[in-house]
Design a protein around this ligand. Structure first.
Ligand SMILES: Cc1cc2nc3c(=O)[nH]c(=O)nc-3n(C[C@H](O)[C@H](O)[C@H](O)COP(=O)(O)OP(=O)(O)OC[C@H]3O[C@@H](n4cnc5c(N)ncnc54)[C@H](O)[C@@H]3O)c2cc1C
Length: 470
């Protein structure tokens, strides 16, 4: 049995990770838990495990992807070493090879030493493990940058019989590209390698009270002119309020820019209207310890690892948050983005269960399309993120709102985030993913004949086994 107290990395909530997810809406229900210290031990655990076997990364998924009722939960918290580092040089990317339990913040800390290098992008919380983040197609923001999985150049899995298999860009490019969004179904990721680019800084500009209509109209032009764009709005979720001001609009670019900003400055001026202004006062961190809230400056130049995520790098292992929300996120092709946004606003008119006091909705994460078989963003996409109040008192309303959103977004071919709330059923998943799903299942069969790595959730979604309705 596990000794979870030992694996705490100095952050609150790590032990609870082994019982329920970070938000608390999913219990894992495992009969056994293991925290192996070596790859050999991990192989033995996998070989002997009672199914279903699921790995827990940092437990930040809102969907039951890591649930394993009656089975085995494995944490790789002790397998978090940097195994190799090759610095970028002469215009070529470098690489960092890590064990399967390593988090983005651990990698960022390593690369920050002496400005060794940088990752191209980060998720909003770098506390996620790389293996867990890529499993669900997690993304940062940037129309020129695909989701985080695209920067993985080698993946090693422990298969159901305990043997190891590796796919690398050099020798198995097509399989690697296909299987990076792995949903934990291909086995346990024991090692992986990521691209490293030269260390860079980011110029972030954040505007408050930008008129929402102006922001939406300008989106197509804005996203070609900056590398990272996020808009937070409080257009709904406040007791039926009219679509109002966008609360925040954040543009961020690597410094120095590779290309000049062109006409972006006048465009920004036009965007601000009468109400908008450049936000220079400190703001509360999104992920912040309730007992010791921290602030940051939303408009300034910072090292990549601080600017691209919403947590401070010196608190990168903290996992608590002042307001726990429940999230859903949908990806729509960029050319349908403004129509899709309006459909979301129409579907959500009158909702009173947004995520107070944070904004209820966020136009987040432009993602460049990629070719993973289960990629939520197969073409250049806009991520429309919805934060719901996680209070149990409104859970029924929230769960009823998710299918309503999905129906509103279906005409745009919206795909959903594998790690967030969704009520889509297997038939729709098969329609959306087609041949990619077939290829994924076939590789799963190669790795795992008996379906040891499949819990009810993935069985229902990917293998069409009946599960209760949302
Ligand atoms: C506050 C918050 C902010 C978020 N921000 C973003 C964001 O900016 N962008 C975005 O796209 N998403 C975001 N998400 C969603 C989040 O990125 C995903 O849910 C991500 O998968 C979480 O990583 P994790 O390490 O917690 O993985 P977990 O949730 O623990 O696991 C995810 C999946 O990976 C599997 N897994 C984990 N490790 C391994 C391994 N070593 N081998 C095999 N399988 C494994 C698990 O079994 C599970 O199926 C956010 C979530 C929260 C709570």
């Amino acid at each position: 049995m596990t000794d979870t107290a030992d694996v705490s990395r100095g952050c609150r909530g790590y032990e609870e990770n082994h019982v329920q997810n970070w938000c608390g809406n999913i219990s894992f229900g495992s009969k056994q838990k293991f925290v192996p210290s070596t790859v050999e031990e991990l192989q033995q655990v996998v070989r002997d495990a009672a199914p279903p076997l699921r790995v827990i990364g940092r437990g930040h998924s809102f969907s039951p992807v890591a649930e394993c009722a009656g089975g085995t939960l494995v944490s790789l918290a002790r397998l978090n070493l940097v195994l190799d580092f090759q610095p970028p040089s002469d215009g070529s990317v470098g690489s960092i090879t890590v064990q399967g339990g390593t988090t983005y913040s651990e990698i960022a800390k390593y690369l920050a030493v002496g400005r060794r290098g940088a990752l191209r992008n980060l998720p909003s919380c770098p506390q996620f493990t790389v293996a867990g983040a890529i499993a669900t197609g997690t993304h940062g923001s940037g129309v020129h940058i695909p989701n985080l999985a695209a920067d993985v150049s080698m993946l090693e899995f422990v298969r159901a019989d305990g043997t190891l298999v590796r796919y690398s860009r050099e020798t198995d490019a097509a399989t690697l590209e296909g299987c990076r969004v792995h949903l934990g179904c291909l086995g346990v990721v024991s090692e992986l390698r990521l691209d490293v680019v030269p260390f860079f800084e980011v110029d972030a500009r954040t505007y408050a009270d930008v008129p929402l209509e102006a922001a939406v109209r300008a989106l197509p032009e804005l996203w070609t002119r900056c590398d990272s764009l996020s808009v937070w709005t409080s257009g709904f979720g406040r007791g039926g309020a009219e679509v109002g001001d966008s609360d925040l609009l954040k543009l961020a670019d690597p410094f120095p820019r590779l290309e000049p900003l062109g006409a972006a400055a006048p465009l920004e001026a036009a965007l601000l209207g009468e109400s908008g202004y450049l936000l220079e006062r400190p703001m509360g961190r999104y992920c912040s310890d309730v007992d010791a809230p921290t602030t940051y400056s939303p408009t300034r130049r910072e090292p990549w690892h601080s600017a691209l995520s919403l947590t401070l790098d010196d608190q990168a292992e903290e996992t608590s948050m002042a307001v726990v929300d429940l999230q859903a996120e949908f990806f729509v092709p960029l050319e349908r983005a403004t129509e899709a946004l309006r459909a979301v606003w129409a579907a959500s008119a009158g909702w009173a269960f947004g995520s107070p006091p944070t904004s209820a909705e966020r136009v987040k994460g432009l993602v460049k399309g990629d070719k993973a078989w289960l990629s939520p963003a197969p073409v250049d996409s806009l991520g429309i993120h919805v934060s719901f109040n996680a209070d149990l008192a409104v859970r029924d309303e929230v769960m009823a709102a998710v299918p309503a959103l999905e129906a509103a977004l279906a005409p745009f071919g919206a795909r959903f985030h594998w790690g967030k709330l969704s009520c889509l059923r297997a038939a729709r998943v098969a329609e959306l993913y087609g041949e990619g799903l077939e290829q994924f299942r076939s590789l799963c069969d190669d790795h795992d004949r008996e379906g040891k790595f499949r819990n009810d959730h993935v069985s229902e979604l990917l293998w069409r086994r009946a599960a209760p309705e949302c």
